[in-house]
Design a protein. Structure first.
Length: 265
């Protein structure tokens, strides 16, 4: 009596045992995998591929977003630095270090700040179209060269018996600043030959359209602390130059005005 159990079949048992041994052997040799094992490995392989692709794509977008942000930041920083350089006021209370040297470009026999090079060239070319020749008489001056110019001017005053040493120094610095105290060291202060009346008229009329302003006008001596100098023009950029003329401001006044505007933003 079997009591509901399947009767023992010796042959069937042996066949089943043989199949299990063959499957196990095949699994070890890699020829045939049990279905459940093959499915697990396939799922794992697909998951790995998806993760790798996802990480690669995600990394690509993250990298590009970071690169764009970095590039934008660098561009903004560069623009900010250039703006600050164009409106930099240099004098005895705001001196430049002896080793300060801007990026310079050759302009005939002179060197000028690279920020002013193109506009200065365009300015001269525009004058030629009108039959006027603009000639430079001064541009970039190093710290040591400026100090020598000051010493020469000081010697001239000291040779005059009417001047004490203190008075001679004060008078000399109103005409020729000491080393580090002249904007000539920035390469943005340009001296033009103003011996021809037509040239003078053209420069005074057209200068702001190319980003230049007269640096030391007569009506601003109390602000600049410098004597009038009709031949010295400062490159500040076209937008700044037009505003300075519209507001009738010196570089000292305009630089302070721009600083206050930024602080209020």
């Amino acid at each position: 009596m079997s009591y509901g159990l399947t009767p023992y079949d010796k042959k069937r048992y042996r066949d089943s045992k043989r199949r299990r041994r063959q499957a196990a052997k095949a699994s070890k040799t890699g020829r045939i995998l049990p279905f459940s094992t093959a499915r697990r490995r396939l799922v794992i392989a697909i998951a790995v591929v998806v993760i790798v692709i996802g990480a690669s794509v995600g990394g690509y977008f993250v990298y590009n977003a970071f690169a764009d942000k970095t590039e934008t930041k660098s561009a903004q920083q560069l623009e900010q630095e250039q703006s600050e350089e164009l409106l930099r006021v240099v004098n005895s209370t705001n001196p430049l270090s002896a080793d300060y040297v801007p990026k310079l470009k050759s302009c005939g026999d002179f060197k000028v700040n690279s920020l002013a090079e193109n506009k200065l060239e365009n300015f001269c070319n525009k004058a030629k179209e009108s039959g006027i020749e603009i000639n430079l008489v001064s541009a970039y001056v190093s710290f040591d060269e400026q100090e020598n110019l000051y010493s020469e001017k000081l010697s001239e005053f000291l040779a005059n018996p009417d001047y004490t040493e203190v008075r001679a120094q004060a008078a000399a610095q109103k005409l020729v600043p000491r080393g580090g105290c002249s904007e000539a060291q920035t390469g943005l202060l340009i001296g033009f030959d103003m011996t021809d009346e037509k040239t003078v008229a053209f420069i005074e009329r057209e200068c702001i359209n190319f980003g230049f302003v007269q640096r030391y006008p007569k009506d601003k001596e109390d602000v600049t602390k410098m004597s009038e100098n009709k031949r010295l023009y400062r490159y500040v950029g076209i937008e700044n130059a037009k505003k300075m003329r519209s507001f009738n401001m010196s570089l000292e006044e305009y630089s302070e005005y721009v600083s206050l505007q930024k602080n209020q933003e």
